[in-house]
Design a protein around this ligand. Structure first.
Ligand SMILES: Cc1cc2nc3c(=O)[nH]c(=O)nc-3n(C[C@H](O)[C@H](O)[C@H](O)COP(=O)(O)OP(=O)(O)OC[C@H]3O[C@@H](n4cnc5c(N)ncnc54)[C@H](O)[C@@H]3O)c2cc1C
Length: 481
């Protein structure tokens, strides 16, 4: 049988490229649709992708820590919509605890303790205002601008280290980039669709994963329910993706070639941007412009373990350095709610500061971090840590950053193009392709499910055009020069 000269094939084979949240949920979706002729091809030795943990600590004091995603952000409010990651946490019995980001915090500057919680609260209000005014801009069809423009127009101008640290906590700590680098409108979507129940969000609870099996357990346990051994290839790094009208072939690092009728690429935006994988033929201009126009940001957790705790008793602490973004957000894991007795505290950096520390040797970063602790606790002799570790997400060829961020020069049409299939055979999904939830685990989940649903329809129909894309992203009105 044929349609337009194409062979109708209803038992088509599918390669799912990448076994993170999007890849596993896409596989589950195809399975549910009765399409079982698929294989997940994953470079790492296990499923989970950016859901990844490590054993950290001195001998006899080891614990499981999350190097990547750590929180279920927004869970569920009453019987409202549930974050699907929260649903998986409950289904698979993952250990979590609520993390109070705003009510359990103390503040410091470069000379020691400094109570600027009033500025911290003002900054939270300014951020809320930023998201509300972004909504107004959408309703009025006003153009996007940077979140910095938004803050300034609202009169929220952070001029002291304390005000800058407070703003950082609200903004950069979430988006992993500065307000200058981020879209006013899209960063507000990111917040509202997750946290604000008025627009369908899940609620404002943040649950921290604390399970010794790692946060990845939820996705591995989910896969174990349907995935057969023959449907998974781990330790298989893809070097080339060849796309044609009749199917897709991928060339592995080993030289082996896998063929299928369709492929779903779930590699991170950073991997696509960095040319770690070669597309043959090269991706069309509309796709390449979309890929290069969104940003892959970097978020870095720097872990320290000490013989014993000498720091704050709250869950969180904020440090205001004269340099914005220098080792600002601290969290105590040695806390009754998390890993009491662990002797672990960690500090988070983002954006360019993360790239800076990735380029330095571990010893130098450790020395800098200990210097900050010495500034925060002037009356304490800071002991040498017994363990120290931070992951280099940007340098990692399987990720090239931590998660995507939406700059103000990225248009809705770019986003459609980022998401759209190339030809009938090559499809894309992952956190970055989610318009409402880019950057989040639940963004990857929804995209895996939604794109695989579209693919299944296409496969069952024996072929389709797929998602729409625009050939060129243009202005509504021409430039006047
Ligand atoms: C440090 C950090 C903190 C985060 N914190 C949170 C958080 O608290 N809450 C939250 O909701 N989200 C958080 N996120 C974001 C969340 O982890 C991601 O949105 C989500 O895991 C992305 O899933 P994905 O399936 O789209 O991509 P990935 O997990 O990147 O999956 C893609 C897979 O493709 C594989 N791959 C890449 N290249 C190749 C190749 N050449 N050949 C074969 N396989 C390849 C990778 O190994 C990977 O397994 C965080 C991320 C990071 C890094």
């Amino acid at each position: 049988v044929s349609v337009d000269g194409r062979a109708l094939k209803k038992d088509a084979s599918v390669l799912i490229l990448g076994g993170g949240v999007a890849g596993v949920i896409a596989a589950r979706t195809l399975h549910e649709q009765g399409i079982t002729n698929f294989t997940i091809v994953e470079a790492k030795g296990e499923l989970g992708g950016r859901l990844t943990s490590t054993t950290f600590g001195a001998k006899g004091k080891e614990v499981t820590l999350e190097l990547g995603a750590n929180w279920v952000q927004g869970t569920q409010t009453d019987n409202g919509p549930a974050n699907p990651i929260w649903t998986l946490v409950q289904k698979h019995g993952l250990k979590t605890h609520e993390n109070d980001w705003t009510g359990s915090i103390v503040t410091y500057n470069a000379t020691g303790p400094d109570d600027y919680l009033d500025l911290f609260d003002e900054s939270a209000d300014a951020y809320t205002n930023l998201t509300i005014t972004a909504g107004t801009r959408v309703d009025k069809r006003l153009v996007d601008a940077t979140a910095r423009t938004g803050y300034s127009l609202l009169g929220a101008k952070s001029r002291t280290p304390q005000a800058m640290a407070s703003e950082y906590y609200q903004f950069d700590w979430e988006y992993a980039q500065t307000p200058e680098e981020s879209s006013w409108i899209a960063s507000s979507w990111g917040n509202n669709f997750t946290y604000n129940t008025d627009v369908g969000g899940f609620g404002d609870d943040n649950q921290m994963a604390l399970d010794p099996r790692g946060f990845k357990h939820i996705i591995q346990a989910e896969a174990a329910e349907f995935l057969k051994p023959a449907q998974l290839r781990t330790n298989s790094t893809i070097k080339t993706i060849k796309n044609s009208d009749s199917g897709v072939s991928v060339v592995l690092e080993s030289g082996e070639v896998l063929h299928a009728d369709y492929a779903l690429c779930t590699f991170s935006l950073g991997v696509l941007q960095h040319d770690d994988v070669v597309f043959e033929p090269a991706l069309p201009d509309w796709k390449e412009e979309a890929i290069q126009s969104m940003t892959m940001a970097t978020y870095t957790k720097v872990f320290l373990q000490f013989e014993e705790k000498f720091w704050f008793d709250t869950e969180m602490a904020l440090y205001a350095d004269p340099e914005r973004g220098r080792y600002p957000v601290w969290q105590s894991l040695d806390h009754v709610n998390f890993l009491p007795g662990s002797g672990i505290v960690f500090v988070t950096t983002t954006g360019d500061y993360s790239l800076r520390i990735e380029s330095l040797p571990d010893e130098q970063v450790q020395e800098e971090v200990l210097g900050v602790l010495a500034a925060m606790f002037p009356n304490t002799t800071i002991p040498a840590p017994v363990a120290f570790h931070f992951p280099r997400w940007n340098a990692d060829p399987l990720f090239r950053g931590s998660y995507s961020n939406w700059p103000s020069s990225f248009f809705s049409e770019h986003h459609e193009n980022l998401r759209a299939n190339v030809g009938e055979r090559l499809w894309f999904a992952g956190e970055a392709t989610s318009q409402k939830y880019f950057g989040f685990l639940h963004g990857a989940y929804f995209e895996g499910a939604d794109v695989a649903t579209d693919m299944a329809k296409c496969i069952k129909a024996g072929g389709c055009v797929g998602m729409k894309h625009v050939q060129e992203v243009t202005n509504a009105r021409p430039y006047k020069i």
